[in-house]
Every structure is written in C-alpha cells, then in structure tokens.
Design a protein around this ligand. Sequence first.
Ligand code: F3S
Length: 67
Amino acid sequence: MKIDVDRKRCQGHGRCYGLAPDVFEPDEEGYVALMVTGELPPTSVPDARLAVDTCPESALRLVADPD
Ligand code: F3S
C-alpha cells in the first residue's frame, strides 16, 4: 500500500501526522508531508488507514501497489 496525497485539499488540520507520525509529518507551514514515499511498511498501514479515514478534507488515499 502507498499513500496518495492531494495537496490542493490539505488545509493543515494535522490529524494525519498526529495519528500516524511514522508516515506523515508537517511541512514548514503545517501542511502534510510524507515521510514514506514508497511502499508503506506493513506495521504502518493501520495508523495510515486511520489517518486517511480521519482527514476532514479527504486529502489522503491509501492505494494498492499495482504489482
Ligand atoms: Fe492535511 Fe488532512 Fe493532514 S487536512 S494536515 S492531510 S489531516
């Protein structure tokens, strides 16, 4: 699984990096930045999924690797 970010939607609510600090971090303005750009470690998927489901702007998606 990978994370897809729609930066146009992110409003800096910060729930993602609060819930999944191994996957997301704030940029210098508080908008989401990815710490993991490729395949997520399996141990990070549950927190990442929670963050995706919690973002009030629907800025995040979990996508399956096409392989
Ligand atoms: Fe942005 Fe949503 Fe996170 S608005 S900072 S992606 S909780």
